[in-house]
Design a protein around this ligand. Sequence first.
Ligand SMILES: [Zn+2]
Length: 183
Amino acid sequence: MLADWRTRLLHDHPALFPDLRVVATGLGPTLVSVGWPSVGEGWRALVERACARIADACAGVPAAEVAILGIEEKWGTLRLTVSTLDLCETASAAVDLAVDLAEARSLHVCETCGAPGRFSVKHGWYATVCAAHADGYLPVRSRDLDLQVTTMIVGDRTVRMARRYEVRSDRFIALEPPIDEDS
Ligand SMILES: [Zn+2]
């Protein structure tokens, strides 16, 4: 039943998949959850790392309720949908960071094989592919792919924070200074 990494992920992190249940199929019993990863083998390490980080973030929070509601490919990149309840600010920020890091990294990892990949497009369809799995997809040339901008209201001011994902170190580098729209 645990031959597939996706099923094993659910088995290893039951707290993250509260709707988890065993269903009988023609091939024997299998684990089922709305959060069952529907992504390619190449993103396996990304997904496993993100789930481990989310589990770690919530481990010390007894009242925490965390539910992974989706691990999917959308517009060529990973989309992790996580719902949380009663998390402290620190744990909540750690969950958000785990999700953001995995999604940002997916733009650099071939979904098919896990080799270094590039965010690419073919006839309006997006995918992150390595050279061997490009199959006519061409890299999207943009310097902003790794740039993330968030807008926050601080008092009566609107502040924009920008950060850039760095593949080598798998972290975000804050871009300074923050952009204060009212200055
Ligand atoms: Zn590949």
